[in-house]
Write a protein that binds this ligand. Structure first.
Ligand code: FE2
Length: 272
């Protein structure tokens, strides 16, 4: 029963420092098997901000999968942005820009959707589509398949993403069950259609809010706890809990339930 914590858009440098400690404690209380951070670890890609992000990650007692967000590339220093745009991210966070993590019962692939020549919209290359295909091709048949990107892959209206159709097609063929993203700072959880020639599957698209930044855009700070029950086969279940800060810590704001079927992920009807 893998438990996955999903954070995004932490924006160190524009963060609520008082929430960082309580968030770490709340994450620890969920005993996660994997922690996903779907980009924008920093506000302006400054060295101090990456040091804060590194220290934050070092206090997590589970494997951490991160991807680059648009704020993790230098915005103002143009020579740095174009010559070594991910240098600081790679020095402080991880060398691997398109990480693959395999754990018992799940395989997660992260993609860097933030090339230096784009300011805000995302991009996925044919090489990265191959990474997705290869990672899931070799995975056990009933392992949960997760894809992590900063820019939401679907629903398409949430973010520009060049190469989206090829990526969606690869996800359909690979049977990806969950898409995890950030970028919008507004949490959402819903079933989306994945199409490839001769293939139609459904996946759960999760966008999580901004964990502790001041850039809440009208929504509360939030993160997600995703619990998988059973394997990625008929009868498998996914519960998504959105947690928000309160005056004394963090608590459940909303919970939604999904089940796995032969055509992919379906929403469970609300109880009552
Ligand atoms: Fe962000």
């Amino acid at each position: 029963m893998p438990v996955i914590v999903h954070l995004s858009d932490i924006h160190f440098g524009a963060h609520r420092a008082e929430l960082a400690e309580s968030l770490l404690a709340d994450i620890a209380s969920t005993s996660p098997d994997l922690i996903v951070i779907s980009g924008d670890l920093t506000q302006r890609a400054r060295r101090r901000q990456f040091e804060q992000a590194r220290a934050f990650i070092d206090r997590m007692a589970a494997p951490v999968l991160t991807v680059v967000g648009n704020h993790d590339l230098p915005l103002i220093n143009l020579p740095r942005r174009f010559l070594s745009e991910t240098r600081r991210y790679q020095r402080h966070i991880t060398q691997d820009l398109d990480p693959v993590i395999a754990l018992p019962g799940l395989v997660a692939v992260g993609l860097d959707t933030m090339p230096s020549w784009r300011w805000k919209a995302g991009h996925v290359s044919p090489r990265q589509v191959s990474i997705v295909q290869n990672a899931f091709r070799g995975a056990p048949l009933e392992a949960w398949r997760l894809l992590v990107t900063h820019h939401p892959v679907l629903p398409a209206h949430l973010a520009g993403l060049v190469g989206r159709d090829q990526l969606v097609s690869a996800c359909a063929e690979a049977g990806v069950a969950v898409l995890l993203s950030g970028h919008t700072h507004t949490p959402s959880a819903g079933v989306v259609d994945l199409h490839a020639p001769g293939v139609h599957r459904r996946a759960l698209a999760l966008v999580t809010g901004t964990a502790i930044s001041t850039r809440t855009r009208g929504a509360a700070n939030a993160y997600e706890v995703i619990q998988m029950e059973g394997s990625m086969s008929e009868g498998g279940r996914i519960t998504v809990e959105i947690r928000e800060p309160t005056s004394t810590g963090w608590s459940e704001r909303r919970k939604s339930h999904f089940r796995y079927t032969s055509s992919g992920v379906m929403a469970e009807p609300e109880p009552g």
